[in-house]
Design a protein around this ligand. Structure first.
Ligand code: NAD
Length: 291
């Protein structure tokens, strides 16, 4: 029997439908939700990601402004631009597309964005709230999207052995914190590039979440039959059989044969990440009402 799909595309469309209603209500009240996206340099993948974010804003009625900067832009110039945006009441969300050129310190950039406009959810104040179990703030989009997808699919995580492979600041680490929080109650293992016996750790996992950016690194025989698989990775590879390029995740698609639920790539975590970005932007705009 094959796995059931954890369909992020479908859920994200439902979320967008609700957001569209919230956006029109805010507009009636004189608030026009507005996301500003800063893209530094010319990375083709980043350009696609930013375009997808713009399209999603269009679909929900959120205004988006894209600021394209040359790769020669200095860190100070970006910090000054963020300062202007922080003080602009007409902008509710600010996002600097990652990765930035090597000359730019992404942590400094993240810290500069006002926590109330930090729609990526990476500001230390917003990440710190997660550790305190406060989930009312702006949450990092990919982890929040995964949690929503698991909840919507009624996957009970309490007491389950959940392994997160990858410990990045934006995906793995905040996700592990969310999974272990009171009320979700998963028993979480964080694995990474220095972990030993990774295959064995996976075989013991009821839920496996992989965010490493290594195409199909997790093999079929690593998967515990009946387990739930969330594949965050997305890489473009050249298919030697067809000679064409295609998108693949971090987990072999054959895992579908033994898992109970699995996210597709594409169409799983990616659309949920964008839906959470839109949600954060609308939440940030809605909060300005009370200032
Ligand atoms: P990252 O490069 O910041 O971190 C990768 C992590 O994986 C590190 O913690 C590293 O220790 C671990 N790792 C690397 N190779 C490993 C290996 N062979 N075995 C075990 N652990 C290993 O990456 P990231 O930003 O967290 O992104 C990871 C992947 O998820 C990428 O493919 C990225 O494109 C994708 N991603 C997708 C979305 C989405 O919305 N679908 C969002 C964010 C990231």
């Amino acid at each position: 029997m094959g796995a059931l799909l954890l369909d992020g595309k479908k859920l994200s469309l439902d979320i967008e439908k609700n957001l569209k209603i919230r956006v029109s209500k805010l507009k009636e009240g004189g608030i026009f939700p507005h996301l500003a996206v800063i893209l530094v340099g010319e990375d083709p993948a980043s350009e696609v990601y930013v375009k997808n974010k713009e399209k999603a804003c269009d679909r929900t009625g959120i205004k988006s402004t894209k600021i394209l900067l040359p790769s020669s832009t200095t860190e100070n110039e970006i910090l000054e631009l963020i300062d202007l945006m922080n003080n602009d009441d007409m902008i509710h969300g600010i996002l600097v597309q990652s990765p930035t050129p090597r000359t730019i310190n992404e942590i400094l950039i993240t810290e500069k964005i006002s926590p109330s406009k930090d729609v990526d959810g990476f500001h230390p104040q917003n990440l710190g709230k997660l550790v305190q179990g406060e989930l009312g703030g702006l949450m990092p989009c990919t982890p929040a999207g995964i949690m929503k997808l698991l909840k919507q699919s009624r996957i009970d995580l309490a007491g389950k052995k959940v392994t997160v492979i990858g410990r990045s600041r934006i995906v793995g680490m905040p996700l592990a914190i969310l999974l272990a929080q009171r009320g979700i109650d998963a028993t979480v293992t964080i694995a990474h590039s220095k972990s030993k016996d990774l295959a064995e750790i996976c075989r013991e996992s009821d839920v496996l979440i992989v965010a490493i950016g290594r195409p199909e690194a997790v093999k079929l025989d690593w998967i515990k039959p009946g387990s739930v698989i969330v594949d965050v990775g997305i890489s473009r590879i050249n298919d030697s059989l067809t000679g064409k390029s295609r998108l693949v995740g971090d987990v072999s698609s054959k895992a579908m044969e033994v898992a109970s639920y699995m996210t597709p790539v594409p169409g799983g975590v990616g659309p949920m990440t964008i839906a959470m970005l839109l949600t954060n932007t609308v939440d940030a705009a809605a909060k300005t009402k009370f200032n």
